[in-house]
Design a protein around this ligand. Structure first.
Ligand code: PHE
Length: 392
């Protein structure tokens, strides 16, 4: 007992001496203040992440979140950002704009994140962006292609191309490659992405000399498309353009086949889901869609990413995984380049980013949109097959 007490005394004395020593020597003095900073600096940098991991776009959210996490883990394994660990605070917006607005408010006001990566669907990013802008919290949507998203303010960026480009690519492909002259369009009027992409497509296809024989909108949540498809098929189309999310596209393809349509159905990035084929089955074979990424790319950076992702998650990355990964990497690079977690500094660093991602080279134009190429994928025997790359 006595022995223990003496030992304790000696240890405490030694500690006091050691402490004094460091305070008295010049270098020790620095050390102490850097110790104080160290407690501050040790605190992780909080990054908000938003994606729909449940609801009608759940496969989008799952892939995107995996992309976020993989990027974050790689940075942490290399020592973090600005010497600090980065931590993801993730919110599921269920592809619902009200949920997205709540998620952005919570991340900013309660969690005090320094930046947000998200959301995925354009309507959700459009709900979140004004909140990020108002609070001067930099945001990058990995995947939202509707042109209005980055128009919400100078703190809002995106990692993907925009729909006026995507619609143009589809129109040229249908007109020039598939030689379609008469096309019917079917789209969800309740989604900014679908309505915007349908419009961009129509404009370009008509300017090429093609004819839109029917332009059919349907309300969000529709599962029976027979009315719209019947009107479209009455016009004897060469092809159908369906720029919607995968659940709808799968059903639309099935119902169009039941009504006797055997031609190609073409869509946009919203087709990129393993559920498309699960729902559409044979009906989506020999159909095409525009996308951001193909895992078949021979580029080394892509092949390394595909391998790492497959090892980690046991499945191949889709465009959402790749864009989630690029989006998070761009944001973390910007924070590192800014040398600070200050919102304005990060925003300025984002403006000047020059980043080689797995979905292409990313530099922002004056509207904070990257100029990137698109790929066209074909569905053959239930598998996505790379067709071609189209540059801006
Ligand atoms: N571009 C879609 C949107 O804006 C989201 C998406 C991106 C879906 C990539 C699939 C693949 O809503």
């Amino acid at each position: 007992m006595r022995k223990k007490k003496t030992l304790l005394l000696v240890v405490s004395l030694l500690l006091v001496v050691a402490l004094f020593g460091t305070v008295l020597t010049g270098c020790g003095g620095n050390k102490q203040s850097s110790n104080n900073n160290a407690t501050q600096e040790k605190k992780p940098i909080l990054i908000g992440g938003v994606a729909p991991v449940t609801g009608p776009a759940a496969t989008f959210g799952k892939s995107t979140k995996q992309g976020y996490e993989m990027a974050l883990e790689e940075w942490n394994a290399k020592g973090g950002v600005l010497g600090r660990t980065v931590k993801l605070i993730f919110e599921d917006d269920k592809a619902d704009p009200t949920e997205a607005a709540n998620a952005f408010s919570k991340l900013i006001n309660e969690n005090h994140v320094v930046a947000i990566v998200g959301s995925v669907t354009s309507s959700c990013s459009l709900a979140g962006a004004p909140i990020a802008q108002r609070n001067k919290v930099p945001m990058i949507t990995p995947t939202s292609t509707n042109v209005k998203v980055t128009e919400q303010g100078d703190y809002i960026f995106r990692a993907c191309f925009i729909d006026p480009f995507q619609g143009t690519v589809a129109a040229k492909f249908l007109y020039n490659n598939l030689k379609a002259r008469k096309v019917g369009v079917i789209y969800d009027i309740g989604q900014d992405y679908n309505a915007g992409l349908a419009e961009s497509f129509k404009k370009k296809f008509e300017s090429l000399g093609g004819q839109i024989i029917a332009y059919e909108g349907y309300p969000d949540g529709t599962t029976d498309f027979n009315t719209q498809l019947t009107k479209i098929l009455d016009g004897k189309p060469d092809a159908i353009y369906s720029p919607n999310y995968y659940n709808d596209d799968g059903l639309i393809a099935k119902q169009a086949r039941s009504l006797g349509f055997n031609g190609p159905i073409v869509g946009g990035d919203g087709w990129d889901s393993p559920d498309l084929v699960k729902i559409g089955g044979d009906a989506v074979n020999n159909c095409y869609f525009t996308n951001h990424f193909s895992k078949e790319s021979k580029e080394e950076i892509v092949q390394n990413f595909v391998k790492k992702y497959e090892d980690k998650y046991g499945e191949a990355p889709d465009a959402l995984a790749a864009l989630g990964y690029d989006g998070m990497n761009i944001m973390l690079t910007a924070i590192q380049n800014a040398g600070s977690t200050d919102g304005e500094a990060i925003k300025d660093a984002l403006k000047n980013i020059d980043y080689q991602g797995v979905t292409g080279h990313i530099k922002f134009d004056e509207n904070r949109n990257p100029i990137k190429s698109a790929v066209i994928l074909k569905i053959e025997n239930g598998k996505q097959v790379y067709v071609t790359t189209i540059n801006p």
